[in-house]
Write a protein that binds this ligand. Structure first.
Ligand code: EPZ
Length: 418
């Protein structure tokens, strides 16, 4: 398994190109199954492992998928498998996103029941309840979800929690349902808006995406379209944190700064200079970081996917900060590893208290999940000495060539084949 070797202490300076959003590309690829004719062409798709996994999965079902440098073309005339096998779903929970498209277009889907993951139990009950409300019959057998519907029917769906992939799954199912569907307490993430834009370009009739109330008028068929994937706001936040923690000055290119307003507000409060532009964002350190408190929340609140990265920042800030994780039940896996580097963090339940220290010490650490891995890289960039981040396959799932992007702005970082 590969690992990253980082010699910390270098302020990062220069430009970083931000890729398209992994979490917008995954539902968009699944939406490719909905097109009865024509190609779905997705531009600005990031070259990360999860995207390759999803493309392999679509091919497994019989879709034609062509991956180019920064775009993917999907053609799904006739599928020969309507099944998402266990050995695939267990490596990527987002495979559940094919449930809506398969049900809507073929009236049948058999998807391995996604297990939990490092950060939590990750149930999918809200997805299934929504499809039942739309008339699907759902059987759970042998670890598989088997869903059937002659044709989904429009329904009123009140989501108990603003689930991101749940909203996406149900929106894709409702796009071809008979009649209209209203989803209340819908997730409001920019990735939801991006998916709705793609579906509408394919002939769907969706309004309200981005608000907590989405209306979908079902249509009888969807066709191919070309769509540019929205920039990755979590990657943007990660490199913004890299500028802040190293005392550097980075300009992030190809971004939508308005998609991470809540995090940028906290960065400003911690003393970092934030200068957003039409498609770029300049982050420059103005001296020592000040500690600030954070509570994660669904969009537009502070993203849970940035919690680990921000905690790394607070480890070397002046004062004490508190970080409350409200979205997932076990998203402090990075704490033990940061403590190995000299961080002073205590947590009980979902509340962590971080006392800033005057510096971290490089050490061998273990990546456990995607965003925890990013947090360890950030800590390594500021730590004295050498940090070895092991099991970086977690990192490769959501970050494209992180060591190349960081080296280009001055970081002493390299990948080692372990
Ligand atoms: C999406 O996961 C993202 N993944 C996650 O990003 C992100 O952390 C999460 O949204 C929250 O923003 C993708 O978009 C592929 P949820 P998702 O359903 O949709 C509970 C990353 O790092 N819930 O919004 O699975 C759930 O347990 C990944 O890129 C139910 O109870 O998250 C959680 O507590 C990690 N029942 C809360 O809702 C359900 O049926 C939010 O989960 C569904 C969710």
């Amino acid at each position: 398994m590969d690992r990253l070797v980082i010699d910390g202490g270098v302020p990062l300076n220069g430009d970083v190109h931000i890729d398209g959003a992994k979490n917008a590309s995954l539902p968009a690829l699944a939406a490719g199954l909905l097109a009865e004719q024509g190609d779905v062409i997705l531009e600005n798709v990031p070259r990360v492992v999860d995207i390759r996994t999803m493309c392999r999965f679509l091919k497994h079902m019989g879709a034609e998928v062509e991956e180019n440098e920064e775009s993917v073309r999907i053609r799904s005339r006739e599928l020969n498998r309507l099944e998402a096998p266990y050995d695939l779903v267990r490596t990527m929970r987002a495979s559940i996103l094919v449930l809506g498209p398969l049900l809507a277009r073929y009236g049948y889907a058999k998807v391995s029941f996604p297990g939990g993951c490092a950060i939590g139990a990750r149930p999918v009950n809200l997805h299934l309840d929504g499809f039942k409300a739309m008339g699907a019959s759902i059987n759970l057998q042998g670890g598989y979800i088997e869903a059937r519907a002659s044709r989904l029917k429009g329904a009123e769906i009140d989501l108990e929690m603003a689930t991101v992939t749940g909203t996406e799954n149900l929106m894709m199912g409702a796009a071809l349902a008979e009649g209209s569907t209203r989803i209340r307490n819908a997730a409001r993430e920019p990735e939801i808006v991006d998916l709705a834009d793609l579906l509408n370009a394919m002939g769907a009739r969706i309004s309200g995406a981005g608000s907590s109330r989405i209306e979908i008028q079902g249509v009888t068929r969807l066709v191919g379209a070309t769509h540019r994937i929205v920039p990755d706001r979590i990657e943007t936040a990660t490199y913004a944190a890299a500028a802040a923690i190293t005392g550097g000055d980075l300009t992030l290119r190809g971004v939508r700064a308005e998609h991470l307003a809540s995090m940028l507000k906290k960065l400003s409060e911690s003393g970092v200079k934030v200068e957003p532009g039409p498609d770029h964002l300049r982050i420059s350190s103005q001296g020592p970081l000040q500690s600030v408190d954070v509570i994660t929340a669904p969009y537009p609140g502070f993203p849970t996917d940035v919690q680990a990265q921000f905690m790394a920042l607070m480890c070397v800030a002046d004062g004490t900060s508190r970080i409350q994780e409200t979205v997932f039940e076990n998203r402090f896996m990075h704490v033990a590893e940061l403590r190995r580097m000299g961080a002073d963090i205590r947590y009980r339940g979902s509340l962590a208290r971080i006392r800033g220290v005057d510096g971290l010490e490089g050490a061998p650490v273990m990546a456990t999940d995607l965003r925890a891995s990013a947090s360890l890289v950030l800590a390594g960039l500021v730590a004295r000495g050498t940090t070895l981040v092991n099991r970086i396959y977690h990192l490769d799932r959501g970050y494209c060539r992180i060591e190349e992007k960081l080296s280009r702005v001055g970081a002493r970082i390299r990948r080692e084949k372990a």
